[in-house]
Design a protein around this ligand. Structure first.
Ligand SMILES: NC(=O)c1ccc[n+]([C@@H]2O[C@H](COP(=O)([O-])OP(=O)(O)OC[C@H]3O[C@@H](n4cnc5c(N)ncnc54)[C@H](OP(=O)(O)O)[C@@H]3O)[C@@H](O)[C@H]2O)c1
Length: 332
């Protein structure tokens, strides 16, 4: 079987592909024939060398994948040969709050999914929703679970109005899931073509954050001056997110994709009367809860393009170009 390998900071050109003997599952392990993987922002950070969590040398990269169970190890009861599965990004984070002991993650400190055969812990497995293909299911573990956690993970009601930022993987799932949960969505983006596509996907309002850098004022206008109940901040623009959120609302701090995280004035937090909580993807229990909503509403992840396994570096380059609207998938 063949696997890609990566080094933190090694860049896309540093990806290598190697042959290995087929692994055999040990106690509590499952062998999965990977059918598809998807790329998230973390995969670019790992190759750039600025990922926030530890990355082991020569790691098999990519946290997100889906495939078929082809062998099970001794004592495995939660899976059988033929099951369609994906895996949770932090295999040891089953439920409850995130902690230090949950840090090992697929495609970082543990080998990931950009491989023909992946050896996974039984407890990491999550069944693929029946209406989804492997390619669609491969988009869920990082982006979708993060969006779900940002919308529901603080235990507060999602609220009547949610702001999503841009049209990256997390934000498109946040839009789809927030609509399924009954919220009104105000999406920000960077141009009329993407605005059009976000409206088609179900956004109620779209604000161009380049044409209107003071987009929080527009959010206030659209919410009778109150502000949004929840902002899913992927940009790292916390001061603006706090200016857009209602008193008593919630800002989920997810990322800093703008590349220019704002220094945060503590007065902005105080003035907002809102709470800010940091997101670390989500637990396996949250993944399962989210899948129930995906199944009930028959939600389908948006895929921009599928590349063959042998072209994985091209998939990375295409994703890094920012041209995609929807997930970039590699079929294995
Ligand atoms: N905390 C966690 O557990 C967690 C999990 C997943 C991701 N993340 C982080 O969340 C962020 C998004 O991840 P992703 O995988 O969704 O990334 P992605 O797919 O690479 O997102 C790219 C999109 O971000 C949007 N964007 C760029 N600058 C922006 C700005 N200033 N304001 C608003 N939107 C902007 C652009 O949307 P438009 O083209 O529409 O402008 C772009 O298409 C990253 O920083 C990632 O590291 C964190």
């Amino acid at each position: 079987m063949r696997s890609y390998h990566a080094t933190s900071g090694g860049g896309i050109d540093g990806l290598t592909i190697r042959e290995h003997a087929d692994p055999r599952p040990g106690p509590g392990q499952v062998l999965v024939a990977v059918r598809a993987v998807s790329l998230s922002h973390r995969e670019l950070m790992i190759l750039r060398g600025d990922y926030v969590l530890p990355v082991k040398p020569d790691v098999v990269p990519v946290s997100d994948g889906a495939g078929e169970v082809v062998a099970i190890g001794p004592g495995v009861t939660a899976a059988k040969v033929g099951d369609r599965v994906t895996a949770t990004l932090f295999p040891s984070w089953q439920d409850g709050p995130f902690g230090r002991k949950h840090l090992p993650q697929l495609g970082g400190s543990l080998d990931g999914m950009l491989t023909e055969l992946a050896l996974l812990e039984e407890r990491a497995l999550v069944p693929v929703p029946a209406h989804l293909s492997y390619e669609e299911a491969a988009t869920l573990p990082c982006a979708a679970v993060t969006a779900w956690n940002a919308l529901t993970g603080d235990g507060a009601p999602i609220g009547a109005t949610v702001v999503t930022q841009g049209s990256g993987g997390v934000s498109l799932f946040a839009l789809q899931l927030a609509k399924a949960l009954g919220a009104r969505v105000i999406a920000t983006t960077s141009g009329p073509a993407k605005a059009e596509r976000l409206l088609k996907l179900g956004a109620d309002e779209v604000v161009d954050y380049r044409a209107a850098p003071e987009w929080p004022s527009r959010v206030r206008e659209l919410t009778s001056g109150n502000g949004a109940d929840r902002v899913v901040d992927v940009a790292g623009d916390l001061e603006r997110s706090l200016a857009a959120v209602a008193i008593g609302g919630h800002v989920a701090s997810v990322g800093f994709v703008s590349g220019d995280p704002s220094p945060l004035d503590p007065r902005a937090v105080f003035r907002s009367g809102a709470s800010v909580h940091g997101i670390a993807v989500g637990s396996r229990a949250q993944f399962l809860d989210m899948n129930r909503v995906i199944e009930t509403h028959r939600l389908r992840p948006l895929i921009d393009r599928v590349f063959p396994f042998d072209w994985a570096p091209d998939a990375y380059r295409y994703y890094a170009s920012g041209a995609a609207f929807g997930k970039v998938v590699i079929a294995v």
